[in-house]
Design a protein around this ligand. Structure first.
Ligand SMILES: Cc1cc2nc3c(=O)[nH]c(=O)nc-3n(C[C@H](O)[C@H](O)[C@H](O)COP(=O)(O)OP(=O)(O)OC[C@H]3O[C@@H](n4cnc5c(N)ncnc54)[C@H](O)[C@@H]3O)c2cc1C
Length: 389
């Protein structure tokens, strides 16, 4: 340990960063905590779909976490993190540069809004405001042919395209417009999550088919112009109403950084979260965590970037830091057991869980409400407000 009272910089005040700060405070760790974020306005990760379903308005799900952090007794730096140098353990922000004793990188992920030509002319589903605009446009549209464009090759179980297609289905049913409407998802994946557990992939495909949602697989969008999407192989797909589910990527400050692993996400040990540099850790959505079963000759399969996992990783990391400071060498290794919920209706969720590190390849269990008993958690998505209260 560097000093009697270690200085710990937590980069990111989302689920992972907030949980680590609360867990260290709850454990009464003798540490000075500094939380850095560009803004302390937050919302629950599931809020995007609440808005798309028209159940909530953006203002009602946005709240300031500033007071909660102040009450917790942590120092706050409100500013952009510009660079992290793991080898020197230095942080460069818009307001100051410093070298703490520990760095915890919890900077999440961000949408890639221009993945192909003309993508920026499409409505997009990436923020609360987008969801509100999209909900309005969907309900007022007279379109019969809806296209949900998902250019991501799934590396982290990105569920949003499926959830968005089901939301379009339910919104159109509610508006009495579903009968003459066609809903299609266009994706480079042959089938949903085709590189994962085949039972999981088949169950999702069957659920989409049951709702008459078509999966246009093996198609990589190349451009969109007017009402025509052209794929890289030259297929032309006409639509009346299309929107983009952006692929997710590592926060911009890390692009071209030596902090990344082969997957293009922040390097992190899957079990103890050490990143590049001594006493530097990465947790939550920004971290890579390549699965042990990942095929060598294809893009790596990554541990899912779900909010519950960010929470679990933060709790374990905080616990291990406290142990280290007490010179207890029995560190806890992250089990890799992960779960999430997938929104399948205005107020219904499917539960998804798997054992991603110890079981290879991971078997993913999927429980749809009504078909099988629903998952055990009352609230399947961790709530930042509750974590900080
Ligand atoms: C478009 C999109 C939609 C999503 N929809 C859902 C959903 O409907 N349901 C669901 O369960 N999950 C959803 N997720 C996933 C969910 O948001 C993440 O799993 C979860 O937030 C991960 O927590 P985290 O703490 O790792 O990152 P975050 O909660 O993203 O926290 C990261 C924090 O870092 C800050 N930050 C980032 N870069 C910088 C910088 N350079 N300088 C300063 N601060 C910075 C951000 O402001 C943010 O507060 C979505 C993700 C995206 C990108």
């Amino acid at each position: 340990m560097a000093t009697a009272t270690p200085k710990v910089a937590i980069l990111g005040a989302g689920i992972a960063g907030a949980t680590v700060a609360v867990a260290l405070k709850t454990a009464r760790a003798n540490a000075e905590l500094i939380v850095v974020d560009r803004n302390f306005e937050s919302q629950s990760p599931g809020a995007l779909l609440d808005i798309l379903y028209g159940l909530k308005k953006p203002d009602s799900v946005t709240f300031s976490t500033l007071q909660a952090f102040q009450k917790l007794g942590v120092q706050i730096i409100r500013g952009e993190v510009l660079r992290v140098d793991g080898d020197k353990r230095s942080i460069y922000t818009a307001v100051r540069t410093f070298t703490p004793d520990y760095i915890i990188i919890a900077l999440g992920m961000e949408p890639h809004l221009s993945p192909f030509d003309g993508a920026n002319t499409l409505p997009v589903l990436a923020s609360l405001k987008d969801a509100a605009t999209l909900a309005e446009r969907l309900l007022s549209s007279g379109a019969g042919d809806y296209l949900i464009i998902s250019p991501a090759t799934d590396t982290c179980l990105h569920l949003l395209p499926i959830e968005a297609a089901l939301a379009v289905h339910h919104l159109l049913v509610r508006a009495g417009k579903r009968k003459n409407a066609r809903i299609r998802i266009i994706s480079p994946e042959p089938l949903p999550f085709s590189r994962w557990d085949p039972n999981f992939s088949n169950a999702i495909s069957a659920y989409l088919a049951k709702h008459e949602i078509e999966w246009l697989g093996n198609m990589q969008p190349a451009s969109v112009k007017g009402n025509i999407l052209t794929t890289r192989l030259g297929a032309e797909i006409p639509f009346q109403f299309a929107f983009l589910i952006p692929p997710v990527q590592v926060p911009r400050l890390f692009q071209h950084s030596t902090m990344l692993d082969a997957s293009g996400w922040v390097q992190a040990n899957s079990y103890l979260f050490n990143s590049r540099g001594d006493r530097v850790y990465a947790i939550g959505a920004c971290a890579g965590f390549i699965l042990p079963s990942s095929p060598k000759d294809q893009p790596p399969l990554l541990f899912p970037k779900w909010p519950q996992n960010a929470y679990d990783q933060a709790v374990i990391l905080a616990d291990n830091l406290v142990k280290e400071w007490k010179r207890d060498i029995k560190l806890v290794r992250y089990s890799g057991s992960a779960e999430s919920s997938m929104r399948v209706g205005p107020s219904s969720f499917a539960s998804i869980s798997g054992d991603f590190l110890s079981q290879q390849p991971p078997a993913i269990s999927l429980k749809f409400p009504g078909l099988l008993p629903f998952g055990s958690r009352a609230s399947p998505i961790p709530d930042l407000r509750k974590i900080l209260s």
